[in-house]
Design a protein around this ligand. Structure first.
Ligand code: DC
Length: 233
């Protein structure tokens, strides 16, 4: 039992599989800090778009981005109205903007760049130094926190995930054809799983969760039980 000890929880998995929802709920229930590592890659992508580092063919100016990495400051600031953390890029709240389709379509190639991953990984590791953190992403259990006390790998079918993402976008007033969302989900899966740097894969010691048939409440309860077990080890 570790009554006074805090642990590190890594929640990895495919895009739009509900990782963030369950990771956030666990953080709230435990008083842990929640970090959405995907938001950091999305913020770098937005920086590229806003600074002319992407051409019309969606080609990223890698040398240009590398030279400007030190101009990128990403922070998570609490929004007192919602109680949640929001993503800020160079002093500006970009929480909404980083979720749009333009960013979603470019984020996988940006996050495949080695120098981008090295910079983000270093920031993420420093956020977890005091433990008491739930971080979700693609490589948290394999690369960022290979010694995390609890590792979860979440998945669901591409169609289920596209439908969830489409519902989310619709709620935000962003009308996108379902087929375009499904294609984006499949493309991101492919790039995330096949990139050379920290590809998406389940850590050997991660617990696999297919949540296709679970309600959010069921998956939150399941995760909380895993947390209690990990804490008592
Ligand atoms: O979780 P998300 O869909 O917001 O993540 C956006 C992209 O960032 C995703 O396509 C892959 C990348 N990503 C990553 O490479 N490593 C992480 N730890 C988190 C996200």
């Amino acid at each position: 039992m570790k009554p006074n000890n805090k642990i590190v929880i890594a929640v990895d998995g495919h895009s739009s599989c509900g990782k963030s929802t369950m990771a956030k709920a666990l953080a709230q229930r435990t008083g842990y800090i929640y970090i959405d590592s995907g938001a950091m890659y999305r913020a770098v992508t937005l920086f590229c778009i806003e600074n002319g580092l992407v051409d019309e063919q969606q080609h990223i100016d890698e040398a240009g981005l590398k030279a400007r990495m030190n101009e990128i400051c990403i922070e998570f600031r609490n929004n007192p109205e919602t109680g949640g953390n929001e993503t800020w890029l160079n002093g500006r709240n970009v929480e909404q903007q980083i979720r749009n389709m333009e960013v979603s379509n470019l984020v996988s190639p940006v996050s495949a760049l080695k120098f981008v991953r090295t910079a983000m990984t270093a920031q993420q590791q420093s956020m977890g130094r005091q433990k008491g953190i739930v971080m979700d992403g693609r490589d948290i259990g394999t690369t960022v926190f290979p010694d995390a006390e609890l590792k979860i790998f979440v998945t669901a079918s591409a169609e289920t995930r596209a439908k969830r993402r489409w519902d989310e976008l619709k709620l935000k007033g962003q009308e996108t054809p379902y087929e375009a969302v499904l294609e984006n989900v499949r493309n991101r899966d492919y790039i995330d799983q096949n990139r050379a740097e920290s590809p998406l894969r389940k850590a050997d010691d991660a617990i696999l969760l297919d949540n296709s048939a679970l309600t959010p409440e069921e998956q939150n309860d399941w995760l909380y039980q895993q947390f209690l077990k990990a804490l008592s080890k």
